[in-house]
Design a protein around this ligand. Structure first.
Ligand code: SAM
Length: 239
């Protein structure tokens, strides 16, 4: 991977960034995504945010190497603390767990004023992001699921708005699986959820051996309900 040859996962993220935009990429590591975005369009500017010193230094070096220091500001800091409210139009957060992405959004929610689009790419637990978006009135516009190098990734794109209609039926299942992804049910989707089903069934067996208490019962019920929701979707006819 480099600033011109991104992974498929990051190319898909980049595809949702408008041609003219100021973007903050949070957790930017080598700043490959901001560099790629700015090389693709002269009308883009970016901020690369990184909390850790090593990746921050890599991002600084990368931006210097490709001569984009006048359009990409590399900043060290935790989550959205590297931006001001109204400073960017688009935020990308990729390559982390869904709960970490949701907590970055939650901790920095006052910085989202003026942001028109969020492009989020969780490696796991996308439902934590869907729940956050729903609660804070960001409407889910697009979802993708893809497999690359034997790993499965999801991409969620949201803009400000209310999702009552999208979730007015079957809300828990849609939050878990993704309202658009469960409609499409592509190969990566099926693979991911078959794997999760096997995993949950293994956990259920272990729970059966564990000492009975309220916590165990709640966990068991939650997993059983998830298994039922997912098995039903996987049994639906392919569209
Ligand atoms: N976004 C790149 C990608 O998708 O390839 C890099 C992903 S890398 C696995 C995650 C990066 O996020 C790491 O460089 C890590 O230091 C950074 N990170 C983790 N938590 C962060 C936070 N709260 N704020 C900023 N950066 C964070």
């Amino acid at each position: 991977m480099n600033e011109r040859q991104l992974s498929e996962r990051l190319v898909r993220v980049a595809n949702y960034v408008p041609n003219k935009a100021k973007v903050a990429d949070i957790g930017s590591d080598h700043a490959y995504l901001p560099c790629y975005l700015c090389l693709q369009s002269d009308m883009r500017e970016a901020i690369a945010g990184e909390v850790n010193e090593g990746p921050y230094q890599s991002a600084l070096a990368q931006v210097k190497k490709v001569g984009l220091a006048d359009r990409i500001s590399v900043r060290k800091g935790n989550g959205l603390e590297v931006i001001e409210a109204h400073e960017v139009d688009v935020i990308t957060i990729a390559g982390m767990g869904g709960s970490l992405i949701a907590s970055i959004l939650e901790d920095g929610k006052e910085k989202l004023t003026g942001v028109s689009r969020l492009i989020l790419q969780p490696n796991v637990s996308a439902q934590d992001i869907r729940k956050w978006l729903y609660k804070h009135e960001w409407t889910l516009l697009f979802e993708e699921i893809l497999e690359e190098d034997e790993k499965i990734y999801e991409i969620l794109v949201a803009e400000k708005g209310n999702d009552e209609e999208l979730y007015n039926e079957d809300k828990d299942r849609k939050l878990l699986l993704g309202p658009y992804l469960m409609k499409e049910r592509n190969q990566a989707f099926r693979k991911k959820w078959k794997y999760e089903l096997d995993n949950w069934k293994r956990i259920l067996k272990q729970l059966e051996q564990a000492q009975k208490n309220q916590e165990r019962d709640n966990k068991q019920k939650e997993i059983e309900s998830n298994i039922q929701m997912v098995e039903e979707v996987l049994s639906w006819e392919k569209l």
